[in-house]
Design a protein around this ligand. Structure first.
Ligand SMILES: [Zn+2]
Length: 205
């Protein structure tokens, strides 16, 4: 199977990781009483992103240590403040108050700490290939324009429209399910002969 080489959208390096993205357009008609939303399919974009750029983006997205450091510092300052006040001010009621605040700080810290860990774990745990594709499309979306005239633009992997669950896509993108079905049919019509190619090329190495 011949794989074409394209240039990475981000760094320009040659890469085989090609993506076919469908632009989803949402236009707002600001009415007198109520805004009306129109959704339509925009251009089909052929673009590419190299492994290095995807790796870098994944590392950034799944890195929880920075968030945890920030949280720890903040919690520590409040906690130490409470302890100091507890030791310096010899009023029982005030001391109880300080102890309660210190306790709440510790609990809040633990809860937030778990949340950050859980989120990072979710990113790391997802099927690696699936995760890579999702994040690659996310990264490409950041590199592409998010507005055109009055329309807000979003980009979805054409492969997901053809093979994925349109209900989930509709929710994720806040896009009309009906329109997604139309797009799927549109993509299928012209592309039946290319289907084998698509399947083979879609998965990243
Ligand atoms: Zn690159």
């Amino acid at each position: 199977m011949e794989n074409k080489i394209s240039n990475c959208k981000k760094c320009g390096a040659p890469t085989e990781n090609q993506f076919e993205l469908v632009t989803l357009k949402t236009m707002v008609d600001r009415g007198f009483r109520k805004n009306k939303y129109y959704q339509a399919m925009g251009d089909i974009i052929h673009t590419a992103i190299c492994d290095d750029c995807i790796d870098e983006f994944i590392a950034k997205s799944s890195n929880s240590s920075k968030q945890i450091l920030k949280l720890s510092l903040l919690s520590l300052i409040v906690f130490i403040g409470c302890i100091v006040l507890f030791l310096v001010v010899p009023i029982t009621a005030f001391r109880v108050f300080c102890a309660i605040i210190a306790g709440i700080t510790v609990l809040a810290f633990l809860q937030e700490f778990n949340n950050i860990k859980k989120q990072a774990k979710e990113i790391n745990n997802k099927n690696e290939k699936e995760n890579r594709n999702t994040l690659a499309v996310k990264l490409l979306s950041k590199l592409l324009p998010d507005r055109h005239n009055d329309a807000e633009l979003a980009y979805v992997d054409a492969y997901l429209i053809k093979k994925g669950d349109l209900n989930i896509l509709a929710k994720e993108y806040g896009f009309s399910y009906k329109k997604l079905v139309q797009i799927k049919n549109f993509l299928k019509e012209g592309k039946d002969n290319q289907q084998l190619d698509d399947d083979a090329n879609h998965q990243l190495k």
